[in-house]
Design a protein. Structure first.
Length: 354
């Protein structure tokens, strides 16, 4: 990175490049460059602190998230800022400075949102793939050879990386800043990612004829649609199941489940059936319907809307579904998934009937 930032010997530097190199060579610049590896750690700490603040209903979480989004505004309008600088001062920002700023903002965003997704991912599901991709992207942003030579030098890949980072940023910021539902956040983030992907697709398609423009639009719409229809595998950033239990009884007065079990005999279920109990942490409020989906050997057998009870955002929400009819032959592998009415999974529990 340092070799890229420093001007090559004998080359003609613009005033902006000379100022940037002088700033980098200053004491403050050397210290900032030396300890740049601490930026991901600081961003992760800010994300963890923001998650903790959201859990505690603290308004400060919104300010921390707004601070992250301010950096995004600068990155989104980087091209415009460079053109304005060139128009009024006769020169553009050094490419090395732009790349370094983009790398810092990508690191900040990815590590900021990471604690939210680590806490809300249902790991024994497809959500683990999404969160795994987020971890890989965050790690790639910290490795200079990968980011600077592998991502930043390929415009289509850089813009795709940028679109994915914006996608996860909006998934997190929507519920925190605007109290959006998980479905609304995914919809907005999907549209934003599809729009941001247009330059990447244009680099590959080279739209010149009318049909290439149609192909470009179709690819953008397909990417946004893929994100929307794949929302079941995207963790809801501010909703998580703090407790799930499959049990033979529930204390309705205390709103507490009986003994949680993973194995039952068919004879035990012939009387009063089974209960699926769920406790949901929703610090920004639960503003949408939640359902229990009962699966038997990979097939959906019932979708039961839940009647939410509990202490609200501060103390969490509790709900349960009671399934009396488990079919003529209930033996096999069962799963109960907790989903929002727009299809995002909050948690899942498996059990077996023998």
């Amino acid at each position: 990175m340092a070799s890229e930032i420093q001007a090559s010997e004998g080359s003609v530097e613009s005033p902006a490049e000379r100022y940037f190199n002088r700033l980098l060579s200053s004491r403050a610049g050397r210290i900032a460059y030396r300890y740049r590896r601490l930026l991901p750690v600081a961003s992760f700490a800010m994300g963890a602190a923001s998650f903790f603040l959201v859990e505690r209903q603290a308004a400060l979480a919104q300010w921390v998230t707004a601070l992250m989004l301010l950096g995004w505004l600068a990155l989104l309008f980087e091209g415009l800022l460079c053109r304005l600088l060139g128009r009024y001062f006769g020169e553009r920002l050094p490419q090395a400075a732009v790349r370094f700023a983009a790398q810092c903002l990508h690191q900040e965003t990815l590590f900021f949102v990471l604690p939210f997704f680590l806490a809300t991912t249902t790991w024994l599901s497809g959500q683990a793939l999404f969160t795994g991709l987020l971890i890989v992207a965050a790690a790639a942003s910290t490795v200079d050879p990968i980011y600077l030579h592998g991502i930043a030098e390929r415009r289509w890949l850089f813009l795709g990386f940028h679109g994915f980072t914006l996608f996860v940023a909006l998934l997190t910021a929507g519920p925190i800043m605007l109290s959006l539902t998980t479905g609304e956040s995914v919809a907005i983030a999907s549209v934003a990612m599809g729009v941001c992907a247009l330059p990447s697709f244009n680099d590959a398609v080279r739209a010149r004829q009318w049909w290439r423009w149609l192909l470009l639009a179709a690819l953008s719409i397909a990417l946004g649609g893929l994100a929307w229809f794949g929302r079941f595998w995207i963790p809801p950033a501010t909703l998580r199941a703090t407790d799930m239990a499959i049990t033979l009884q529930v204390d309705a007065d205390k709103r507490e489940p009986g003994q949680d079990r993973t194995h039952f005999s068919a004879a035990e279920l012939s009387g009063d059936g089974l209960y699926a109990f769920t406790a949901i942490a929703a610090p920004r409020g639960l503003q949408q319907q939640v359902l229990h989906v009962w699966w038997h050997d990979g097939e959906v057998v019932d979708r039961i809307p839940l009647e939410i009870t509990g202490g609200g955002p501060e103390n969490g929400y509790r709900a349960w579904s009671h399934k009396l009819a488990l079919g003529d032959d209930p033996t096999g592998h069962w799963r109960v998934t907790v989903i929002t009415d727009d299809g995002q999974m909050i948690g899942a529990r498996r059990f077996t009937v023998e």
